[in-house]
Design a protein around this ligand. Structure first.
Ligand SMILES: [Zn+2]
Length: 836
């Protein structure tokens, strides 16, 4: 290995040697067993060797590094080749994971007990050691390195693709297996269906020789006796394996109806504990998966077909999904549980009209090749797909959430999808499933290809929180998925964009008049400004930088492996700086250039870069090139790097915006209401007759958040005032963002009458509850500690955060404002806020 790892660091290694060989397609064939909490089966990997890349890359590398401020645009010179020059890429982990806290499984995942690797436990299988001559790594043989952990590998073999009937039509050399795979991988996009079918047939072909393998903490290494180069190494291999119950890629748990379910977590180690894979995003691949589970269960997955189950032997059914758009393996998602599809009470004819499906059909893709990405059946080249405002969608949830889904979520989906289309154009994905995930899911939402996970916390209160969160996840289809970050540390490229776009989409979805939209967006800017200030005051400076690798961004070792700085640092998931600073940068650019200019550029950008990975300079360079000189002012890529992306703290240009934020009408209205509440709070219990009753204005949910944040700064708030607050705004019925501030007030002032609201929050809003939990634990009040320690939710909360009370990682302390927070030793964590 050319990456030296220091286990005391919180960096995440990406081990796969993607410079030598690249996975082009995965075929998964899996059984999900809830009894043992194990997923078991096979994965077949189809490769393209990277020899051509090796020869070319050095010159590209030099060219790119020498013009560090220039966009290094890597286009495919010709369709159907390996994305050779793309291979320069870095580490992965597109920031599509909107995580509040480091969500992991419900088992102890401390990583210190030695369970978190691929080594067999006492009761495990010993084939790894049996098969592999571990002392032989210095041999001349080519070593395939896959990212892999918490997995038991049972067997690795070469697949005899030449044995598949009919396969000879792809090749002039029907006996050469690697030649067959090469030609299969290279089929043109209009033959995608045939390609998928042959991948499936090949995956079932007999084995033709076991391969030697070995595992260590983070990788699976495979070699073949006598195969000295990647070209000689088998290009189709089958790995039989099983996951481990404590594996950090999947969470085994119960849904809101108490029935078992399992879902992928997405962070921080992506899918490497679900299947052995090449994690770096440069290994963009397609996949298909057949998953068997009990017939009572629903299997959802990132797949472009909306699969229906096939009945198997008694009590079991099988589900098959596929994608034809190459994407990083880290974007794959699966969820299995007893979910029900939620449909509107009455199906309107209007909805039916929009449900027409545009699955890729051969005839539709005659113009493939115009796009900048490697070849696949792209919706941007499909006339009927480009005009489709609302893509087909389904909603799944436990049956007990039917009413709230029908009332809150279902009506929001068409306007939000349509709003996104009106801003950005073509939906990159052909359909969307939305799953309401179990209560212990550790964030408000997560977007993957064709599927979005939403927390049940988005379903309470008015439509505001649900609508904005849905818009945020929909925006990730473009930024985070269709256009991914080439360097994981540049997370703002997905989170900043999604945060900026969520306001724009949401204003359109609500059909707000332009001045109303502007006012609401200013108010949200105010709230985010407060959060950013909080965060920069409470986090280490080095973690406040959006482009920490500077000119070395995207750098990988010769083999393609790399280390993601802070990738495993639990503190990172507490931080929102990428969301917030990224959002403010884009807001600043849109304002400077004019909204119309900015959004018409953004459509052009999406058209140019969809299906590809980018670095910050790709975006900024193209933006400035497309702006007339008189509008460009003093903006340059260098200035933006310096002011926004490579400095800690609040960016200079944003400091100057402060005045504009203060002029927000909706925020001023809140200040006036706060003044009234302060007066009310100061009044003696027995009022004189002449005292006027205060009349309070009706406030929007975001205004309520701001109001409660202001009131949280008051030293004392009397129980009488708190009661009156609750009655005036019906706080316990508001959305989770508002209720969170309300619970903070309750805890701060020990307002025992409303402890049931805190208890309910800890139970039902676990993605956000961890911070409140910390406050309760810190208090010296026995009743509050009792609230926190109630077993049923405290366990979930701590498992959701993957930290154990009093454990080595986490201690509770106070930030400079005296608020509680999980202190992640040794550095001081920022105040935990609800990650947007
Ligand atoms: Zn395209």
């Amino acid at each position: 290995m050319d990456v030296k790892l220091d286990p005391s660091r919180d960096d995440l290694p990406l081990m796969a040697n993607t410079s030598h060989i690249l996975v082009k397609h995965y075929v998964l064939d899996l059984d999900v067993d809830f009894e043992s909490q194990i997923i078991e089966g096979t994965i077949v990997l189809f490769f393209e060797s990277g020899n051509r890349f090796k020869k070319r890359s050095s010159s590209t590398e030099v060219a790119c590094l020498s013009e560090s401020n220039e966009a290094c645009k890597f286009r495919m010179p010709e369709p159907c080749q390996i994305p050779v020059t793309n291979t320069k890429t870095f580490s992965s982990k597109i920031g599509y994971n909107d995580f509040v806290i480091c969500g992991k499984g419900e088992k102890d995942t401390s990583g210190k007990d030695g369970n978190h690797d691929n080594q067999e436990q006492a009761s495990g299988i010993s084939s790894s050691k049996y098969c592999c001559d571990t002392g032989n790594h210095g041999s001349e043989e080519f070593l395939l390195v896959l990212d892999c952990c918490d997995i038991s590998v049972l067997k690795v073999e070469e697949v005899d693709v030449a044995a598949v009937p009919g396969i000879e039509k792809f090749t002039r050399s029907p006996k050469l297996r690697n030649q067959i795979v090469h030609e299969l991988v290279a089929l043109p996009a209009d033959r995608w269906r045939e390609q998928l079918d042959y991948y499936a047939l090949c995956s079932q072909a007999p084995g033709c020789g076991e391969l030697l393998f070995d595992t260590d903490t983070w990788s699976l290494q495979i070699r073949k006796t006598g195969a000295q180069t990647a070209t000689d190494f088998p290009h189709a291999i089958r790995i039989r394996y099983r996951t481990k119950p404590q594996g950090r890629s999947v969470t085994w748990t119960s849904d809101q109806s108490g029935r078992p379910c399992v879902y992928t977590v997405g962070s921080p180690i992506n899918n490497r504990a679900l299947f052995p894979c090449q994690e770096p995003p440069v290994a963009m691949s397609t996949w298909q998966a057949t998953v068997r589970a009990a017939a009572s269960l629903v299997v959802l997955m990132s797949g472009e077909n909306s699969a229906e189950p096939t009945q198997l032997r008694e009590g079991y059914s099988s589900w098959h999904y596929y994608v034809t758009m190459p994407m990083p393996a880290s974007t794959f998602t699966i969820a299995v549980g007893s979910w029900t599809e939620m449909k509107p009470e009455i199906c309107s004819s209007n909805d039916l009209a929009t449900e027409r499906s545009f699955s890729p059909s051969e005839a539709d893709f005659r113009y493939v090749g115009v796009c900048g990405h490697m070849e696949y059946p792209c919706r941007f080249q499909n006339a009927s797909a480009t005009t489709q405002k609302i893509i087909p969608h389904r909603v799944f949830a436990p049956a007990c959430l039917k009413r709230v889904c029908q009332e809150t979520l279902l009506p929001l989906i068409p306007p939000c999808l349509s709003a996104a289309h009106s801003v950005l154009g073509t939906h990159p994905f052909s359909r969307l499933d939305i799953l309401i995930v179990p209560a212990n899911f550790s964030s408000l939402g997560m977007a993957s290809p064709h599927i979005v996970f939403l927390s049940q916390s988005t379903l309470t209160g008015m439509s505001q929180l649900c609508g904005t969160r849905l818009c945020h996840e929909i925006a990730h289809a473009w930024f985070g998925l269709a256009i991914g970050a080439r360097d994981w540390t540049e997370e703002w490229l997905s989170e900043g964009f999604a945060t900026h776009l969520e306001d724009v989409f949401w204003a359109k979805a609500q059909q707000l008049a332009p001045h109303e939209a502007r006012e609401q967006q200013k108010l949200r800017a105010c709230l985010r400004w407060h959060r950013l200030q909080d965060e920069v005051q409470n986090s280490p400076e080095e973690m406040q930088v959006l482009r920490p690798n500077k000119e070395k961004t995207g750098h990988v070792s010769d083999s393609g492996s790399s280390v993601i700085r802070h990738g495993l640092n639990p503190e990172k998931v507490f931080m929102q700086v990428h969301y917030l600073k990224g959002y403010f940068l884009l807001q600043f650019l849109a304002k400077t250039l004019g909204e119309d200019t900015y959004f018409s550029f953004l459509r052009k950008f999406v058209h140019t870069f969809h299906g590809q990975l980018i670095l910050s300079q790709d975006f900024l360079q193209m933006l400035l090139e497309n702006i007339p000189e008189e509008k460009r002012l003093e903006l340059s890529v260098g200035n933006i790097f310096r002011d926004w992306l490579e400095s800690s703290g609040i960016p200079q240009p944003l400091q100057r915006e402060r005045q504009a934020l203060a002029e927000c009408g909706l925020a001023q209205q809140v200040s006036a209401e706060v003044a009234k509440w302060v007066r009310v709070n100061r009044r003696p219990r027995k009022r004189k007759r002449k005292d006027r009753e205060e009349v309070f204005e009706k406030l929007l949910p975001d205004q309520l958040v701001l109001l409660l944040e202001h009131l949280l700064e008051q030293k004392t708030v009397t129980p009488r005032t708190l009661q009156s607050l609750e009655r005036t705004y019906h706080l316990s019925e508001q959305d989770a963002e508002v209720r969170h501030r309300w619970c903070e007030l309750i805890v701060k002032h020990k307002y025992t009458k409303a402890y049931r609201d805190v208890e309910r929050f800890l139970q039902e809003d676990q993605a956000m509850g961890i911070y409140l939990y910390g406050e309760l634990m810190l208090s010296e009040d026995p009743r509050q500690q009792h609230l926190a320690r109630r077993k049923d939710h405290s366990e979930n909360l701590f498992h959701a955060s993957a930290c154990s009370p009093g454990g080595p990682r986490l201690a509770w302390t106070q930030d400079i404002k005296g608020r509680a927070m999980g202190l992640l030793k040794p550095a001081v964590s920022g105040r935990l806020r609800l990650v947007g």
